[in-house]
Ligand binder design. Structure first.
Ligand SMILES: C[S@@+](CC[C@H](N)C(=O)[O-])C[C@H]1O[C@@H](n2cnc3c(N)ncnc32)[C@H](O)[C@@H]1O
Length: 314
């Protein structure tokens, strides 16, 4: 088996994984952990955490399949709201991933707080989940079927942005989004006018006091698998050897994360006047709204088929 980062988590890249320590929140059967174990390589490590212990997970798979001397994957039973109790140490991971799990947690703030705690400075939480277009009321949250379908437990997307920044992450970067069609008349009736979107955001933990100033960056083309063009998020795609102006947030992320060695940075020669750059940053904020993004790209998925796929994958 050979996987690339692109095949793994959708159209954008969670690139630059070699030698990284990765944590998968709510890993289920561990499918993503095994894929990641190849992407991080023998010197990297992948930990999967899940509250259920149903799956007997064979950690020696990576030695057999990829020829590693010792397994580079381990699984922990525990709650994603309490990573310390599960023995996961502060600043011990470069990347945290998660797919369709946070919406199932009754305490999202603790999940984000714990993720922030175990990430190293410059690390990121790269995760896909479902979001609503308004805060879901308590009576819908109490409906077990809607909760189990990954619908009524979801965060209003604006609450994700607020919570992430409260915890200390820099402003979330939206990677991709697809509007969800519920596809079940009964559930649709219960849900009324609430709309849902499946979105992938990347949340970076930057060192305290990191400077946020626009600059010119140039991608050196050395990230494996994306040598010609590196899709960082829905707003920025970097072409090799081409200068590009980035706003202060992105400049700070690129220069303080595992991507710092992949770019050259230059403050001089910015072509856009400061006022216009501020405007550009406002337009950038527009890209943070997963509903706008999902509608712009007319991409749709069905909630039913999505959760069915998840169940099959377990
Ligand atoms: C929809 S499945 C997704 C599994 C996997 N991420 C995937 O993409 O196939 C949700 C998983 O999250 C786990 N989970 C839900 N809430 C959790 C929590 N609070 N702590 C740990 N695991 C949790 C469940 O046990 C289940 O395995």
């Amino acid at each position: 088996m050979s996987v690339t980062a692109k095949e793994y988590l959708g159209p954008c890249d969670i690139s630059c994984l070699e030698c990284c320590r990765v944590l998968d929140l709510g890993c289920g059967s561990g499918r993503d952990c095994y894929m990641l174990s190849q992407l991080v390589g023998e010197k990297g490590h992948v930990t999967g955490i899940d509250m259920t212990e149903d799956q007997v997970r064979n950690t020696s798979t990576t030695t057999q399949r990829f020829g590693y001397k010792k397994p580079n994957v381990n699984f922990v039973q525990g709650y994603i709201e309490a990573l310390a109790e599960a023995g996961l140490e502060e600043k011990s991971y470069d990347i945290i991933i998660s797919n369709c799990v946070v919406n199932l947690s009754p305490d999202k703030a603790s999940v984000l707080r714990e993720a922030y705690r175990v990430l190293k400075d410059g690390g990121e939480l790269y995760f896909s989940d479902v979001y609503s277009d308004a805060r879901i009321p308590e009576d819908l949250k109490a409906n077990k079927v809607l909760w189990g379908e990954c619908l009524s437990g979801v965060l209003w997307w604006e609450d994700l942005i607020r919570l992430a920044e409260e915890v200390g992450f820099c402003k979330p970067r939206l990677v991709t989004a697809s509007i969800i069609t519920v596809g079940n008349k009964e559930l649709e009736k219960l849900l009324g006018n609430y709309k849902f979107v499946s979105a992938t955001y990347r949340l970076f933990k930057l060192p305290k006091g990191s400077e946020k100033k626009s600059c010119l960056v140039m991608y050196n083309g050395e990230i494996t698998g994306v040598e010609e063009s590196f899709e960082f998020d829905g707003q920025y795609t970097f072409k090799v050897d081409k200068e590009m102006e980035v706003d202060g947030d992105v400049a700070s992320i690129l220069s303080n994360s595992r991507f710092s060695g992949e770019f050259t940075f230059q403050r001089q020669g910015l072509k856009t006047p400061e006022k216009k750059r501020m405007l550009g940053q406002t337009q950038g904020n527009f890209f943070i709204n997963s509903f706008v993004f999902g509608s712009l790209y007319f991409s749709q998925i069905s909630a039913r088929s999505k959760s069915d796929t998840d169940k099959v994958a377990q």
